[in-house]
Design a protein around this ligand. Structure first.
Ligand SMILES: [Zn+2]
Length: 201
């Protein structure tokens, strides 16, 4: 087992900070023990030490949600492995890992302590595709919705400035002309524009 190259540790000089492991020997009994020489990356303080309890590492995580993305940090434990496709909770939201960056490289899996940045997508929300039929024209729309939100044939939805009635829903198992489908199972929703009255009187 290889010792990690970096860890978040308590620095006697400046508090909790990332440390580089200059030399390390790892042994695993009931707990992981790391003996080594550590250098604080914030203040440069270098010392020999033994660590039995590892503090979680804060790993930068980019969370994409539709067209927008933001960067947060997620606490993970050194020694654990993260894989593309894994789900994890970040700031109370479920995300799915889409890419793992180690230095300049993209990998399919990596131990937590080697990861530079994790890329993810919100897994609790999905993009639902719509086709809106208005006369002879068909207009595509996309909506973000909670993955468990239900869409029912006959329901009205708002697409841009249009109101529309759901006529049928394509799922991976086939086409529904009746019933209810959660957003996560939807391939495309077919709608008919609702004709608006010409006058408000
Ligand atoms: Zn320090």
């Amino acid at each position: 087992m290889e010792p990690p190259s970096a860890l978040h540790l308590e620095c006697p000089n400046c508090g909790r900070a990332p440390h580089r492991v200059l030399r390390g020997r790892l042994s695993q009994g009931e707990e992981l023990v790391l003996e080594g020489v550590f250098r604080c990356l914030r203040c440069g303080h270098t010392r020999r030490d033994t660590h039995r309890e590892w503090a979680p590492v804060q790993v930068p995580l980019v969370v994409s949600d539709g067209d927008t993305s933001r960067k947060v940090e997620v606490d993970l434990f050194p020694g654990e492995e993260v894989r593309v496709g894994d789900s994890l909770e970040a700031k109370g939201r479920l995300v799915r890992i889409t890419a793992i960056e180690v230095g300049e490289r993209r990998v399919q899996a990596a131990p937590v302590e080697t990861i530079t940045t994790l890329w993810s997508q919100r897994a609790d929300r999905v993009t639902v595709k719509f086709s809106l039929n208005r006369g002879r024209r068909t207009i595509p729309y996309e909506l973000r919705a909670p993955s468990d939100e239900e869409f029912q044939i006959g329901d009205q939805v708002r697409l841009g400035r249009e109101r529309a009635v759901i006529r049928r829903i394509n799922t991976h198992r086939g086409t529904l002309r009746d019933g209810v489908v959660p957003a996560r199972d939807i391939v495309r929703v077919y709608c008919q524009a609702v004709r608006r009255p010409r006058s408000h009187r």
